[in-house]
Design a protein around this ligand. Structure first.
Ligand SMILES: NC(=O)c1ccc[n+]([C@@H]2O[C@H](COP(=O)([O-])OP(=O)(O)OC[C@H]3O[C@@H](n4cnc5c(N)ncnc54)[C@H](OP(=O)(O)O)[C@@H]3O)[C@@H](O)[C@H]2O)c1
Length: 261
């Protein structure tokens, strides 16, 4: 099969032909239709998990995807992260533990849209839930994957959203979602603007401020229903064919990058 993969940590992605993965006990083999790109994928290629998980090379990144289960033909979408790391969704086939967060792909939802939802959408849903009754919320990094979903979901929940892009000044609010700060001092500077402050990059000394998404089938089903009902718009900035996805991590403006198999 064809895949985009890195030969080593930090290496550029290149198109490679590798054997199709074979499903082990309790696993599904899935023919992918689409995969989406998340910042986590690049971090994995750069070696973020090198000391905490075994890896296989060439390392195929990619957690999110939508595809068809080989054998049953059922269409599904969700998170395909697995150990060893490196058998990801930037490929024609993937194998995944059946216990991962996976849900049926409704017939009327474009596989590219479904592939764009899992990590960013579930993170946004759970971040907004974590805000409780806060009426106003600053979203730092609002134009990205998580930010664009969080903005819509928070507004639908009746909250006043203040999107913060590059160079924008912060104002006081009830809550802050920081999707950008990569160090403690940047986050602390932002967190002064709201009594409830959360970040997604694990940069706070206070674990309660370090948000971690928990993938579930129910959250995926909820996101798919919101898309079907027209309540959630999925901004796809780029659709790249698998064989042309070499610059997949390049900046692309607002929205998600999706790889089409
Ligand atoms: N903890 C968790 O469970 C969890 C889950 C999901 C994601 N994450 C993390 O959350 C972060 C955001 O994820 P994502 O998928 O939303 O990423 P993304 O799609 O790359 O979006 C990030 C957004 O932030 C903007 N941005 C960059 N620097 C900025 C600045 N200084 N001020 C304001 N905006 C700025 C970017 O704009 P430009 O296009 O101009 O660069 C982009 O729109 C990533 O670090 C990701 O790894 C964590």
């Amino acid at each position: 099969m064809w895949a985009m993969a890195a030969a080593g940590f930090g290496a550029e992605l290149e198109l490679v032909e590798i054997p199709e993965p074979q499903a082990g006990p309790g696993e599904l083999k899935v023919r992918l239709l689409a995969a989406s790109v998340n910042p986590f994928d690049r971090k994995v290629v750069d070696g973020m998990l090198r000391s905490s998980a075994p890896h296989v090379f060439p390392l195929v990144p990619g957690t999110d995807g939508a595809g068809e289960v080989v054998g049953s033909g059922e269409k599904i979408f969700g998170t395909f992260f697995r150990r060893p790391v490196g058998g990801g969704t930037y490929a024609e086939y993937v194998t995944v533990p059946a216990t991962n967060a996976l849900a049926s792909l409704p017939e009327d939802v474009d596989p590219a849209v479904a592939a764009a939802l899992p990590t960013a959408g579930m993170t946004a849903l759970q971040l907004v839930e974590a805000l409780g009754p806060a009426e106003s919320v600053l979203v730092v990094g609002a134009s990205g994957g998580v930010g664009s979903f969080a903005t819509q979901i928070a507004r639908a929940a009746g909250k006043r959203v203040i999107p913060i892009g590059r160079g924008d000044s912060l104002v006081e609010a009830d809550a802050l979602i920081d999707l950008v700060s990569a160090d403690r001092s940047s986050f602390e500077a932002n967190a002064r603007y709201a009594p409830l402050a959360l970040n997604t990059n694990y940069v706070s000394a206070d674990p309660a401020q370090n948000f971690s998404m928990k993938g579930t089938k129910e959250a995926l089903e909820r996101l798919a229903s919101m898309v079907q009902a027209g309540e959630l718009r999925v901004p796809i900035a780029r659709r790249l064919p698998l064989r042309g996805a070499v610059d997949v991590f390049a900046g692309h403006g607002p929205g998600k990058t999706v790889i089409i198999m």
